[in-house]
Design a protein around this ligand. Structure first.
Ligand SMILES: [Fe+2]
Ligand SMILES: [Fe+2]
Length: 309
């Protein structure tokens, strides 16, 4: 029988994890991704909207792909509020502060380069986009994990989810939109590196305080929401994006939760408190139900699609 380790206070976890933050930050810096937003854009292809107003025929796309570009770009726009949330868990003098600044600097170029491509390619109505940006940024609505353990588990899932969303959107663009495919691949590459930082930081935190991390992981999985909930008509867009096969419950389960939770090895953690053990069981139950739902949805979709022989 294993003996449970008492959970540490939030301050203890923060100070004990400092060497891992430094290690993973240095690993991040050792493989820099030095791409320049202005070099990714074919500026000569642009036209003034005053001379030729936007029309959907400028760039024919399915509703799902258009919704995905719209939601993904507005999500990147909301960066100031995410930084604010991260800084709330970062005391002065802690290496996580340096990481937060690096992360913010890298994230900032995503909305820049994406919007340049969107405006040049005319894949989204620029007025609709700007109206969405104004509404969302005025709200400043973002997830607010209340502890370091909750924050690093949430961001691990979120960075992975964002990477999948950008990657799958890029794959749905027309083959001849090399600019758009390249822009979304570059962003997805950055998200991959951010995901690896948080995933491995969380892994280190599981070794320091498995009970607190188990409870936080269960809480964050069962309440997970993508960061763009402040976007006007978010649910309508999210449904379209899921129907298009870009990002939905199936991707969340198979591409986000399965790989992350198995890397953290949550099924074999030793020394959990009774509360953490209960959280692990609740999580397993939640995942089993989600798997059933995803399978049912897949069967329904397969039944609705005529077989092609
Ligand atoms: Fe991003
Ligand atoms: Fe990100």
């Amino acid at each position: 029988m294993s003996v449970s380790r008492s959970p540490k206070s939030g301050t203890d976890l923060l100070s004990e994890i400092a060497p891992d933050v430094e290690r993973l930050y240095n690993r991040h810096l050792e493989a820099p991704r030095l791409w320049f937003p202005h070099e990714q854009i074919n500026w000569g292809e642009g036209e003034n909207f005053a001379d030729r107003p936007w029309s959907p025929e400028d760039y024919p796309l399915s509703d799902g792909v258009r919704s995905s570009i719209y939601v993904n770009l507005l999500t990147e726009d909301n960066l100031p509020y995410y930084t604010n949330t991260l800084l709330a868990q970062a005391p002065q003098g802690h290496p996580i502060l340096d990481w937060n600044h690096q992360w913010t600097m890298e994230e900032n170029r995503h909305s820049m380069v994406m919007r340049d491509w969107v405006h040049i390619s005319r894949c989204i109505d620029p007025t609709y986009l700007e109206e969405g940006r104004r509404v969302q940024m005025h709200k400043g609505e973002v997830p607010q994990p209340t502890s370091m353990a909750d924050l690093i588990t949430y961001v691990s899932f979120q960075e992975r989810a964002t990477q999948i969303a950008h990657r799958n959107t890029g794959a749905k663009l027309p083959k001849d939109d090399k600019m758009g495919r390249n822009v979304l691949a570059l962003i997805a590459g950055d998200e991959t590196k951010h995901y690896l930082f948080y995933r491995d930081l969380a892994l280190a935190a599981f070794a320091i305080d498995p009970s607190t991390m188990m409870i936080a992981a269960a809480r964050q999985v069962t309440s997970f929401a993508m960061p763009g909930t402040g976007i006007p008509s978010f649910t309508r867009h999210a449904v379209r994006i899921a129907r298009e096969g870009i990002y939905g419950l199936g991707q969340f389960l198979k591409d986000v939760l399965d790989p992350v939770l198995s890397l953290w090895d949550v099924n074999h953690l030793a020394g959990l408190t009774a509360e953490a053990e209960k959280a692990r069981q609740d999580l397993a139950l939640f995942l089993a139900k989600m798997t059933e739902t995803v399978e049912r949805m897949a069967q329904k979709a397969a039944g609705a699609t005529p077989a092609i022989s």
